[in-house]
Design a protein around this ligand. Structure first.
Ligand SMILES: [Zn+2]
Length: 104
């Protein structure tokens, strides 16, 4: 089994915290939508709550993917070009998947 670096452990715990926070936000949004009368998750419209929920869901997906990259040992590498992402970037945004060049 691969030994995780201290940095990977640190980033994993930050990602798990982030995931919890996003899940709570999503649950809160759903509760608010239901109390306003009906929430249709599959119906795409320009409802503010739907847009917010979608944004949270895509961030959750990014967090899950980052956690998988820690597991597989590819965390910290750009998913596009494979180059090392700067640690400052990863610390600012643990779920970041692209290097500075690929992100633009
Ligand atoms: Zn790249």
């Amino acid at each position: 089994m691969r030994v995780w670096s201290r940095f990977e452990w640190q980033q994993q715990s930050r990602l798990l915290d982030e995931r919890e926070r996003l899940r709570r936000q999503l649950a809160k949004l759903r509760t608010a939508a239901t109390s306003r009368g009906g929430y249709e998750p599959h119906h795409v419209n320009d409802d503010e709550a739907t847009i917010q929920a979608d944004a949270i869901k895509s961030r959750l997906a990014a967090v899950d993917e980052a956690l998988e990259r820690i597991d597989s040992g590819s965390y910290g590498r750009c998913v596009m070009c494979g180059s090392q992402i700067a640690e400052e970037g990863l610390e600012a945004l643990p779920a970041v998947a692209l290097c500075r060049i690929c992100v633009v």
